[in-house]
Design a protein around this ligand. Sequence first.
Ligand SMILES: [Zn+2]
Length: 198
Amino acid sequence: MHTPPPRRPRPRDPSARVLWRHWLRLTAGHPVELTVHPAWPLTVLTVTWLLGRFVLPSVFPDWSTAAFWLVAAWLAMADSLAGLLHELGHALVAVAHGRRVYCISLYPFAAAARRTSGHDAHEQLLIALAGPASHLLLAAVFWAIWRLLPMDNAPLRVAVGFPAITNLLVGVLNLLPIRPLDGGRALRALLVMGLLPR
Ligand SMILES: [Zn+2]
């Protein structure tokens, strides 16, 4: 009698380790898995500690201790949330064009999404631009809030103004026409569409 060979265990994918998972419903049909890598909280805590212990006290020595830690924790979180919104931007446009988005993962200093790929250059252009656009939109929102803040509340102005600047910079950098940046993907789609000379 033929016995099937024992199944080899699948090699462990380090990126598959998950601390927390949640199902997002971007559309009625297919839920998108949102996962957080186990190293993410440690990274946020480390960035908070570096900002709250060293960077903010040396730049703003007259702030209170509570202000150092609150602003530091917020800035560390805001950076991750911007990364998540970037991937959600890609995902929403992809889903709107009938693509399947399986998973959005939050890693230390980055976020990533797994989705089906397509061959339509117009779609690829819109999906690529949605990531940087989310940073530029976020920068505009923070800037609009920053303009309304009282001049004498420095911690609040830094907490809102700093993410405005970083999101503007990240959004513009992401638009550079270099692979693997989103600008590089957008440029390739434009070339395929024949809108730019090859
Ligand atoms: Zn992107």
